[in-house]
Design a protein around this ligand. Structure first.
Ligand code: FAD
Length: 422
């Protein structure tokens, strides 16, 4: 282990490592695990004490499942409780249409696995911990970056044991949409706007409930129900900033509005007892002009906050992590990656990210904005009806949602626990 710990003045300890990853979300845990597996000393910082947060996206797409397969971990991973989503259905007005069919993807798993994100993250943490050069610090919040001249040399962290400085040859900002690291580094963010927020709640599910996962679009609203085994995870899309108005109308009115979309919840909607049972998720879509500066690289939502449309953010974040690990493990084994080596990560991932964000913005601005403002029941657009009439067309959205537009594969080696990093 190259990592060293020393005390620096009263109270502040300094930990030195090769790579410090800020944020233990999908991007951070995956890149931390892959780099440690490849023989690089890694410290991953997560500000929370566990991964048990509600309302994190729970969709593990075929691209991520394929990584598990490439890592030889798929059977172990799928032994965790999950549901498998092979098709997606939309109901627009009164018309119900199958829009996505994952059955023809060129992957081992032809489905989305719905799995609590904390299980996914715990799984990655456990895999990382098989390697002695992987260190995960929970309840460790990066509050600032450390610099020497232009170069980022690590982060300042608060922990229950007191403040720490983590010095690293590379800091990876994987701290999500409200990234402290990118803000402190002064990286330029382009805000692309989002017309909606999401109210997120659970209602119990019965084994005799008739339909599977469904997205429903009707007058002024969009409602999504994900089958999570013994409960429905429900998303109620509202216009941006509209949460107070919904709350002012009262819980009975809100429950009644849900029943218009999902009459089968009639005997269960009372489970929403107070507004505490209804979480507000604010949606942001943005991206950095440049994902890196000397000593620092941002990936995942820290580099490009994704809209929930298509539920692809986790998988893009994981693809970023795989690409970053592929491109940087060798430079990191030698020492500090150069600026060109960091730029190569953005170069590889920028097009697939822009493509998906472009689609999300199109749907946001052309469809969601209109639906949320509509006063009449919508009719399915011709292009959507084509998916119903000609099933092979459903493979196109399946490919984009399931795999993205540029596939990644795990190229990092397994240096094994015996190999000491160079
Ligand atoms: C309403 C909504 C619903 C969504 N639903 C889905 C979905 O179903 N499927 C999907 O694929 N995507 C979904 N997304 C998008 C998805 O949540 C993100 O794209 C994805 O989580 C990005 O992963 P990440 O690892 O980059 O960041 P995050 O998941 O945000 O993880 C960042 C981590 O960093 C930690 N952290 C933050 N700051 C610090 C700090 N200073 N120090 C230490 N730790 C820190 C956080 O606690 C967190 O664990 C949704 C987004 C929204 C807004």
């Amino acid at each position: 282990m190259e990592e060293t710990l020393r005390r620096q003045g009263p109270g502040t300890q300094t930990l030195t490592t090769r790579c410090c990853v800020v944020g233990g979300g999908p991007a951070g845990m995956m890149v931390g695990f892959l780099l440690a597996r490849a023989g690089v000393d890694v410290v991953v910082l997560e500000k929370h004490g566990d991964f048990l947060r509600d309302f994190r996206g729970d969709t593990i797409h075929p691209s991520t499942l394929e990584f598990m397969h490439e890592l030889g971990l798929l059977d172990q991973f799928l032994a965790l409780p999950h549901q498998e989503l092979r098709e997606l259905t939309a109901q627009i007005g009164e018309t119900r249409i199958k829009v996505v069919d994952f059955g023809h993807l060129p992957t081992v798993c032809k489905f989305i696995a719905l799995m609590p994100q904390w299980d996914f993250l715990n799984f990655l943490a456990a895999q990382g911990q098989c390697y002695p050069n992987f260190k995960l610090l929970m309840r460790a919040e990066a509050t600032d970056i450390l610099r020497e001249g232009e170069r980022v040399t690590g982060v300042r962290v608060t922990t229950p044991e007191g403040p720490r400085d983590i010095e690293a040859d590379l800091t990876i900002g994987a701290d999500g949409r409200h990234s402290t690291v990118r803000a402190r580094a002064g990286l330029t963010v382009k805000d692309l706007g989002a017309p909606m927020d999401v109210l997120w709640m659970r209602v119990s599910r019965r084994s005799d409930d008739q339909f599977e996962t469904l997205g429903r679009i009707d007058v002024g609203h969009i409602f999504i129900m994900l089958n999570r085994g013994d409960y429905w995870q429900c998303a109620y899309v509202i216009r941006k900033g509209g949460a107070d108005e919904v709350r002012q109308q009262g819980l009975p009115a809100f429950r009644a509005s849900i029943l218009k979309f999902a009459p089968l919840l009639r005997d269960r909607v009372e489970e929403l007892r107070s507004w505490d049972d209804v979480k507000l998720l604010t949606v942001a879509v943005d991206r950095l002009a440049q994902w890196y500066c000397p000593g620092l690289l941002c990936i995942g939502d820290a580099a490009h906050a994704m809209s929930p449309i298509g539920g692809v953010g986790i998988n893009l974040a994981v693809q970023d992590a795989v690409a970053a690990a592929n491109l940087l493990y060798a430079p990191l084994r030698r020492g500090q990656p150069t600026l060109d080596e960091l730029a190569a990560v953005q170069k590889r991932r920028e097009f697939p990210m822009r493509f998906i964000q472009g689609l999300q913005l199109f749907v946001q601005n052309r469809i969601i904005t209109r639906v949320l403002a509509s006063t009449q029941s919508p009719k399915p657009p011709f292009a959507v009806m084509l998916l119903d009439w000609w099933p092979p067309l459903r493979r196109i959205p399946a490919r984009i949602l399931g795999l993205g537009v540029q596939r990644e594969h795990v190229h990092t080696p397994d240096a094994g626990v015996q190999v000491s990093p160079s």
